[in-house]
Design a protein around this ligand. Sequence first.
Ligand SMILES: Cc1ncc(COP(=O)(O)O)c(C=O)c1O
Length: 415
Amino acid sequence: MTRKTIPQHGTDWKALGTELEELGRGDVDWRRGRTAVYVFNAGEDVLQVAKEAYALFQSENALGPAAFPSLKRMEAEVVSMGLDLLHGAEGACGNMTSGGSESIFLAVKACREAARAAGRDTTGGEIVLPRSAHPAFDKAAQVLDLCTVRVPVAEDLRADPQAMADAIGDRTLMLVGSAPCFPYGLIDPIEALGEITASRGVWLHVDACVGGYFAPFARMNGVDVPPFDFSVPGVHSISADLHKYGYAAKGASTLFHRTEAQRGFQVFDFDDWPAGGMTTPTAAGTRPGGAVASAWAVMHYLGIEGYRQKARAVTETRERMLHEISNIDGLSPVGTPQLGLFAFGSDTLDIYAVWGRLLQRGWFTGLLTEPKAIHLMLSPAHAEFADEYLADLRDAVAEVAATGATAADTRARYS
Ligand SMILES: Cc1ncc(COP(=O)(O)O)c(C=O)c1O
């Protein structure tokens, strides 16, 4: 691309709005359910609430709680509602962050600083995590000069507690479990991991970025969700994203700690420069007021009843889709997911070729590499489009079966 310069003269908004809409036309058609990753669509009304609340506070900055007590209060209330949902006891606390990766980064930072404060040498410190855990931990480890030790999952594709216990060594700082993990949508055995960390003096972080604002509502609807939050004694911290199944505008996650002392290690505090003290609870400086307001508004708009209804739409759609997919010759589900994520593969067809045929029909979904599979993270809005997807899937499978097509060059990429 030739270098673009800022135009000499401005353009009116009407023309720009049209140009932006034009630019968006090449994007995946998520409003018609064509993607099952990246976007969480709980319906036009929820999108509207998230958008309008964002717009009301889009210029306000959560870096300045003294200037914007409104945002301070909203963040405190969002954190409080999240803690209530995740069984945070007296003393539990947290912050809003920009997303799952920042929440995870801060949990790892807090863990490392706590270890240092306790006199440990954290050089080469390790995070022990199941192979299925999100790469945000590796990103955090890179920045914080730590290492990750990925442990193979058990046969049921969940974390293997014994193997994780065996992987703990002198340098281990943190153990990780997911609720659920991104690849398979499965909740790791957090209780078993909690027993290990409690007896070994290791920090346990639960990555509930996907499930934090979903699994509790699925449980209220009767899904047999195992304990995964602060109800498990060994759990130190939990990441839970509001911009996923919380349905807030993007840029909103929560990081929760069991104690304020723990949270203290997350905070950056500095005053050795010419402009006084700078204390920030997160990695960011400026924090978008819009993201805070959007999360606050959507939580109040939906309420527990609304979230339960959305969770029901998702789990029922997942069940229906998996049932239909199991009846398609050659396809089989990966593991036994309980929430909104699932994957399916094939022993007889090149599943990536099937994925390619679906992409040609406008379906932009994820892929797994272990095992090779098509991966979907459903939104409530998918209930309406599942039948269209299944019809195209049947066609795609028939095409690949008839031609023996392969797709050696298709790889899972989230970038
Ligand atoms: C389980 C899990 N953890 C963490 C993340 C990272 O979240 P974010 O993309 O908001 O940084 C994701 C993203 O999909 C995820 O699925």
